[in-house]
Design a protein around this ligand. Structure first.
Ligand SMILES: [Zn+2]
Length: 416
């Protein structure tokens, strides 16, 4: 149930906002006409009549997922994945809209799509972004750039030259793309730990491609594994995956404030693939261990870490995959605050930079966006799985029906 309240006031056990997610406890949040009017440790001086008032729980700024593939399903069931990949266009779009509605219900304000071969994410963006009161906002790349015949065939046709790439990017932009996706390398080896598929483009080509994207006003998300020297020389907006990167790469990313989306879960889920041989299992485990160490080093050096689930990859479900990624970032060595902020701050800022509309937050004077939770999400991350309500796209969607009714007074709510 979604409503657009004129006034909503929550008297809370606490609130967390901003890059550090410092707690404000207790906290009073008053949203007026969709804008944060008051967020403070004391009640607002006076509330208009017909204010929806609720009390208890915590609020946190909305989540965002910096890396998904909407056209794919995260199921481990190969037949189901194949069925979904073969859906007729209309049914495929319908499915994506259902995914986006579920994401919004979890408090995910936006998802950044890493590419698909059919333009489905672009089309979903055109439909969903008109209704942020119902769906997560979609920021889409369209068909990604990779070398024809090399890794990436499931995502598109591939290109032969940098000039082809520029044409493809222009085509994507005309269809509504808000960033470019470039595959600079291949995948990690399942047989030799640390080995990565070869570079797809010569350094000069990669530079020409990212320059073309920037010329079209498309920030570049670069899929890259292995040493990142050439990739960083091409000035990407973000680095995706980054398995096998070197400490010097991480130092450079920290110095230049280049966000990193390490997608820990997409790789770690391979461990649950029933078809994985013993020796490959060892390689997957070792690569995962190394990547967690890379993430820890990157975080210590100050690389901006943005949470991205790579949802749609086998074993990584849309929505829930992001919450699991936050757990993996924490397990890799980030504090619970830093892990959560990688989605509520870093990923949300990345999405906001591309978004046609404000995603919302808890800054006074700005459009409101938040998740209302039963407990403090830093102390109890599980509370994120069942929000009591979300305020996104200017609309309030409480889980309980009674919470949507204006004037519903709850015992103990602040009264005026
Ligand atoms: Zn991806």
């Amino acid at each position: 149930m979604t409503a657009v309240p004129k006034n909503l006031c929550l008297a809370l056990d606490g609130a967390r906002a901003g890059p550090g997610l410092a707690p404000l406890s207790p906290a009073w949040l008053w949203v007026r006409h969709g804008v944060v009017e008051h967020l403070a440790g004391c009640p607002p001086p006076e509330l208009p009549q017909n204010t929806i008032q609720r009390h208890g729980g915590w609020v946190v700024e909305p989540l965002a997922d910096a890396h998904v593939h909407l056209f794919l399903d995260g199921s481990r069931n190969r037949l189901l994945r194949a069925d979904i990949a073969a859906l007729p266009r209309e049914a495929a779009l319908e499915r994506i809209l259902t995914v986006l509605e579920a994401c919004r219900n979890l408090g995910i304000a936006a998802v950044r799509d890493g590419g698909d071969p059919h333009g489905l994410a672009l089309e979903a963006a055109a439909l969903a972004n008109r209704h942020p009161d119902r769906y997560a906002v979609v920021l889409a790349a369209g068909e990604p750039v990779f070398r024809r015949g090399m890794y990436g065939g499931f995502l598109g046709q591939g290109v032969e030259t940098a000039r082809d790439a520029a044409r493809l990017l222009d085509q994507n932009r005309r269809r509504g793309a808000t960033h470019a996706k470039v595959l600079a390398t291949g995948l990690n080896s399942l047989d030799v730990p640390g080995q990565v598929g070869p570079a797809q483009f010569a350094p000069s080509e990669l530079q020409a491609i990212t320059a073309a994207a920037r010329g079209l006003n498309l920030p570049v998300m670069v899929h890259a594994n292995g040493p990142l020297e050439q990739v960083l020389a091409s000035a990407p907006a973000t680095v995706e995956h980054g398995f096998g990167c070197r400490p010097s790469d991480l130092q450079q990313m920290a110095n230049r404030r280049i966000p990193w989306v390490p997608t820990l879960g997409a790789w770690a889920e391979l461990l649950h693939d029933p078809g994985l041989t013993k020796s490959r299992g060892r390689v997957v485990r070792e690569t995962d261990r190394n990547h967690r160490r890379e993430v820890r080093v990157g975080h210590t050096l100050g690389v901006p870490l943005a949470a991205g689930s790579d949802a749609g990859t086998q074993g990584v479900a849309h929505g829930e995959g992001l919450l699991r990624e936050l757990g993996r970032l924490a397990a890799a060595g980030l504090s619970p605050e830093a892990a959560l902020a990688s989605a509520t701050h870093a990923a949300r800022i990345l999405c906001q930079e591309e978004s046609p509309r404000p995603l919302g937050g808890l800054l006074p004077g700005q459009p409101a966006g938040f998740i209302w939770l039963a407990q403090d999400p830093v102390a109890h991350p599980c509370t994120l799985e069942h929000p009591r309500g979300v305020f996104l796209g200017g609309a309030w969607s409480p889980r309980e029906r009674a919470d949507a009714e204006p004037d519903g007074r709850t015992p103990g709510s602040i009264a005026h």
